[in-house]
Design a protein around this ligand. Sequence first.
Ligand SMILES: N[C@@H](CCC(=O)N[C@@H](CS)C(=O)NCC(=O)O)C(=O)O
Length: 220
Amino acid sequence: MPILYSFRRCPYAIRARYVLAFLGCEVVLREVDLKSKPSALLALGGRTTVPQMLDDKGNRYPESLDVMFWAIKQTIRKEQAERLWPNSAVRQKKINTWIACNDNRFKYWLDRYKYADRYPEKTELEYRQNAEVFIKRLNKRLGKCRYLLGDDMSLADIAIFPFIRQFSNVDKSWFEISEYDNLKLWLDSFIKEDFFTDIIMKKLPAWQNGQEDVLFPFCQ
Ligand SMILES: N[C@@H](CCC(=O)N[C@@H](CS)C(=O)NCC(=O)O)C(=O)O
């Protein structure tokens, strides 16, 4: 069975676990303590960020998107996979563009907004305002349709919502009264579900070498 190194609160790991669970792809889950990474992960060499997956042939999937696309390819839930990653070059390009904006631009400002004290060049408010450029785009788009690409949830939604969850948690009371109502509804449609709280975000102790395997998704 594939092995997934993961960290519960990491937004990249959340999106990888979400797609795996949504598409019913079973893996052995190893919760990593980022301050003391297990030697089995370090021994892989090179990139040791999480999420990181090894399939049963020993192939390595070092990034969250690699894991998500592995699940799309492996799953027997072909219809659901096709909705997440439609067989249309135009739609795939749109998904990639949304994800690139999130990963390459929004994440930069999000990190600074979250840890404004570590980046004294600007104020927390300025960092938030920079992050809000993407927030506004999302909110506008979600005023037109339920998900970023239309009526169906796609890989773009799953790849992005964990980062918006982080954004909303920096100043919860501000976010709650903010003008971003479409975004709030969309975010809640992910994070208020039992699927999210009980399966994706289930708490686990850090993995110890030799312990019994923890199979993920837990149960559906
Ligand atoms: N581009 C990577 C980013 C993964 C990443 O940065 N993960 C963080 C946790 S949220 C991590 O492993 N940090 C520990 C480290 O950098 O050593 C992906 O998509 O998987």
